[in-house]
Design a protein around this ligand. Structure first.
Ligand code: GCB
Length: 648
């Protein structure tokens, strides 16, 4: 019997603008070393019952130091902490200046906590939030002591069950000592947990800019741009009957020149017109990719009283799509990129600026123009980087391997998309929403379920197409008809026909063609690859060797080139950018090794091959310049045979 699924309304998030300093706002990070305690797995709610939030954790039990942001799992040498299931506790002290207590409001914002967070300030409940990888915030003006020391306590629960996003299972099983609790999950990455991104305190004026939504447009010849904005305000002045609030907006070029300005109407809506606009282009599609303007928004009350100032980066671009192509600024896009993970040794999924910067340098080095945030939203800081560098993002919500579709799950899945769209809608780099990875779309319920999820996402943002990475055979799939672009994942010569390099090319062509035939929509290969142990060399190539990974790629490239001639094939994404940690399994040697880069972000042999292809594609399609070190000099073999970039 199919489930009857209701399209229940999801409460929308408010605020969530990235915390930025301005003339009217101060920001303070609470990152650093916090105190940490692991609860007894058999008694996960003990801390709540015993009121651990009422005093310093260290007063009633031994604590250990724990960095924030970071996953807690790999910080110590304890297996019990790495594999812990259930709740952990963090606390720390901080001062709030006396000046913050006057004429302003104070907000507490978490970039993300995985999976569920409960927060107290000075022993009083401040906020609860469920769902990793997404920010949440609350006003704490009334909870703080000004000019004095304060305490923040966080309880974090990593348990995943059938109604969490993503799903997991908790079971009690017998072990040598009696029974133990096991967390299992089908997704293929380690369930890292903790305070993964920065914790901020920030101030706003009493009445302040709470929401900004930007939509951009370009004239047909890309010479005139429009920035449509809508602003929402929080604060008592916004509720006054005389309705006197208005905003003044100024748009500055990268060089700091004022290029447009406007004064809003009293609904705080309007648009700015930019003559001779510099559109936002993806990396290698234009000599000046990732062009960003700065939008300065000043909120005023009657008599020119300045209330608040907020600035954000704006990239002007258009997106359009039909059943054969995806276009940016009117130009067809061919994606060449990666599936990725937020993952590193020691830090797990904790935000690390050094690692993030290195990753963007590698993406540019290899000539990629896109990645999918497989399998959950990535840090806001990385979204800003992508805007600046012209890297296109397929922005994925945390739904992975979803099955057993039910109403509670649907509501949470929709909520994850609501939070994601709300957070990322102003990023020019976000060009597509991915509503799931490898959901079990062969199941009967998948049809209605994904109809609701896709339509809900469209109702939040109609300016970007919707996709999902699907792994069931096209003939069984029931979700594709609700998508705008079909993405599929397949591991020819790895999970199927292992080692058979002669059974890749035609199968990829056939499968992509079958997807297109079934739905008449553009198609992307969102995952392909082979596990590769760095330093293992075997000739002739053999599974797990660096040679094998390169040859698997090459067999796919042949298929992609045949498919590219069919206009509807619009992109290739390798799995994965870098090696990453997974749950323990006999199919994983220290984790998933399908990275083109090692976990330490060094290239495997296939990285050099992929680099030559990605730049060759950029050269062919977008006339990009080639790096001088793309080809290594081999020999002077005569004037009619040159083995350098001019061969392209
Ligand atoms: C997939 C999944 C990805 C896995 C990958 C693999 O299809 O989407 O999460 O890591 O296969 O390597 O098995």
């Amino acid at each position: 019997m199919p489930l009857i699924i209701l399209n229940k309304d999801i409460e929308t998030t408010r605020g969530m603008l990235y915390p930025r300093e301005s003339e009217t706002r101060e920001v303070r990070a609470l990152d650093g070393i916090w105190n940490f305690v692991r609860s007894d797995e058999a008694n996960p709610t003990q801390g709540i019952r015993d009121g651990w939030f009422n005093d310093d954790l260290s007063k009633s039990m031994p604590t250990i130091p724990m960095p924030v942001p970071a996953s807690y799992n790999d910080i110590t040498t304890e297996q019990a902490l790495r594999d812990h299931v259930g709740t952990v506790w963090y606390d720390r002290k901080f001062f709030v200046p006396r000046s913050w207590g006057q004429h302003q409001r104070v907000w507490l914002r978490f970039g993300s906590v995985h999976y569920e967070a409960f927060v107290w300030i000075n022993g009083q409940s401040a906020i609860k939030h469920e769902m990793g990888h997404l920010p949440f915030e609350t006003e704490v003006t009334h909870l703080l002591k000004y000019g004095a020391e304060n305490r923040i306590t966080v309880m974090c629960d990593n348990a995943l069950i059938q109604t969490t996003v993503p799903q997991g299972k908790i079971s009690e099983v017998a072990n040598d000592q009696g029974v133990t609790i096991i967390q299992s999950y089908t997704f293929d990455f380690f369930n890292y947990a903790g305070i993964h991104r920065s914790v901020h305190l920030y101030t706003t004026p009493k009445t302040f800019i709470e929401e900004v939504e930007i939509k951009t447009n370009l004239s047909e010849d890309n010479s005139v741009g429009t920035v449509n904005y809508s602003i929402a305000v929080n604060g008592t002045a916004a509720n006054e009957a005389d309705n006197t609030l208005y905003a003044r907006l100024q748009l500055y070029s990268r060089e700091g020149i004022l290029v447009a300005n406007a004064t809003s109407d009293s609904k705080l809506l309007g648009s700015l017109k930019v003559e001779n606009v510099k559109p936002w282009w993806p990396y290698l599609m234009h000599p000046d990719p990732g062009y960003l303007y700065e939008l300065e928004i000043k909120l005023y009350a009657a008599k020119e009283q300045l209330l608040d100032v907020y600035r954000l980066s704006v990239g002007l671009r258009t997106l359009s799509w039909n059943n054969t192509s995806f276009l940016i600024n009117g130009k067809p896009v061919y994606f060449r990129g990666f599936g990725r993970h937020e993952d590193a040794d020691v830090r797990g999924k904790g935000l690390d600026n050094a690692l993030m910067t290195r990753d963007f340098n590698l993406l540019k080095w290899i000539g990629a123009n896109a990645y999918r945030t497989s399998h959950y939203p990535y840090s806001e800081e990385s979204m800003q980087f992508a805007d600046q560098h012209g890297i296109m993002i397929i922005d994925e919500c945390p739904s992975v391997d979803t099955e057993n579709f039910n109403q509670v799950l649907l509501d949470k899945h929709k909520s994850s998309l609501e939070q994601l769209v709300h957070r990322d809608r102003n990023h020019p780099s976000v060009v597509m929403w991915s509503i799931a990875n490898e959901p079990r779309t062969g199941q009967l319920n998948a049809d209605t379920y994904f109809q609701f999820v896709a339509n809900f996402t469209r109702s939040l943002d109609s300016t970007r197409p919707i996709t999902a990475a699907i792994a069931v055979p096209s003939k069984d799939d029931k979700a594709g008809r609700h998508l705008d672009i079909i993405s599929f994942n397949r591991y020819n010569a790895w999970y199927s026909n292992t080692g058979r390099l002669d059974m890749v090319t035609q199968r990829v062509i056939n499968e992509a063609t079958a997807w297109n035939y079934k739905y008449d929509k553009p198609v992307i290969m969102a995952e392909y690859g082979a596990d590769t142990l760095e330093g293992l060399h075997l000739q002739p190539s053999y599974v797990w060797s660096e040679e094998f990974q390169a040859e698997v790629f090459s067999q796919h490239f042949k298929a992609f080139d045949a498919l590219r001639r069919q206009k509807w094939f619009i992109g290739e994404f390798v799995w994965n950018f870098a090696d990453f940690k997974t749950a323990q399994s006999y199919t994983r040697v220290g984790g998933n090794k399908k990275g083109v880069f090692t976990r330490a972000r060094q290239p495997k042999a296939a990285a050099h091959l992929l680099r030559q292809r990605y730049f060759a594609l950029g050269r062919e399609m977008d006339k990009c310049n080639l790096p001088s070190d793309l080809f290594t000099y081999i020999a002077d073999v005569g004037s009619n045979v040159q083995h350098d970039s001019s061969d392209l």
